[in-house]
Design a protein around this ligand. Structure first.
Ligand SMILES: [Zn+2]
Length: 305
């Protein structure tokens, strides 16, 4: 359990959120502004805090006196806009405006000496994965990904690449600023996620220059260009790969010496297999030239369930 220190309790966190968003430029026409941007952003934060699930549910919750009071006393919001107004106002804020909110709360965790509890081998494990906020055949925005389904219908999805700091011994995770995945990122899901990751890595490094990262991701990231990007900064990575996607790597792994360990819990057996810098330079060059796996395998996990 994290023990909450004073500067990490709800009130100072909300104050920090307010400070970061206070100078958000308001691009709306002056005479059409009924609700300030800050109040609207705070309403959305409250919607997530109360785990309402949707803005509409949140509206209904706020009709109850107790919640309305809490919204006022905890978040300082007098009147909340309707769900449609909230959507329009929030859509007018560039997502980058929220980036400092994430950075500030990480600094608070650092100040409270909580961040170092997530330190793993002197570095921080950052897991990357694409996440879908919304899919629909009818509702879309200009940034939605567009996919043609087998039945000929078009599906829109609003997607982002989420990065989190995690630790194998901790139940909590620390979210970092997500990177939007846009329609112009590519036609295939894989292109989209990797292009977003190529933008996200330099941003996270710039935001947290004193932190060293180990990147965790699934097999679509195990490509030579992405691995080179990690190596260029002397960072490390652990990718979870699938045999079908990386046939050549598996052929080499089968031939290389490895350590193994099996653990049995009830009906489940988990077999671990790991390699320790055992790849010969010859193999390393072969891997690199084939362009599908790592130049130098530091540590590879294989998991069978
Ligand atoms: Zn969208």
């Amino acid at each position: 359990m994290l023990t909450i220190k004073k500067h990490l309790s709800l009130k100072p966190l909300i104050e920090g959120f307010k400070q970061e968003l206070d100078d958000t430029p308001d691009r709306r026409r002056k005479n059409s502004v009924d609700y300030p941007i800050l109040d609207t952003a705070l309403s959305v934060l409250a919607c997530m805090f109360y785990k309402s699930g949707s803005l509409l549910k949140f509206q209904r919750l706020m009709e109850k006196k107790l919640y309305k009071c809490n919204l006022n006393t905890q978040f300082g919001v007098e009147e909340i806009p309707s769900d449609n107004q909230i959507r329009t106002i929030i859509a007018s804020i560039q997502s980058e405006q929220f980036s400092d909110v994430f950075k500030t709360y990480l600094c608070r965790l650092q100040r409270g000496k909580h961040l170092k509890k997530f330190c793993f081998e002197g570095k921080y494990l950052v897991a990357l994965d694409g996440t879908q906020y919304h899919t629909s055949e009818d509702i879309s925005c200009p940034d939605c990904l567009v996919k043609k389904k087998n039945n000929g219908k078009v599906e829109y999805s609003h997607t982002a690449l989420q990065a989190i700091i995690c630790h194998p011994d901790r139940n909590q995770i620390l979210p970092l600023m997500p990177e939007p995945i846009n329609q112009h990122d590519g036609d295939a899901k894989q292109d989209c996620e990797i292009n977003a990751a190529k933008r996200l890595l330099p941003k996270l490094r710039a935001q947290h220059p004193r932190m060293d990262f180990i990147w965790l991701a699934d097999s679509i990231y195990a490509t030579a260009p992405f691995i080179s990007m990690i190596h260029d900064h002397d960072e490390e990575y652990i990718f979870r790969i699938k045999q079908g996607n990386h046939k050549y790597l598996y052929e080499c792994l089968e031939a290389a010496p490895y350590h193994s360990h099996k653990s049995v819990t009830g009906d489940t057996t988990i077999a671990y297999r790991w390699y320790e810098d055992r790849f010969s330079p010859y193999n390393a060059v072969k891997f690199y030239n084939r362009g599908n796996v790592q130049k130098q395998a530091n540590q590879v996990f294989e998991l069978f369930i």
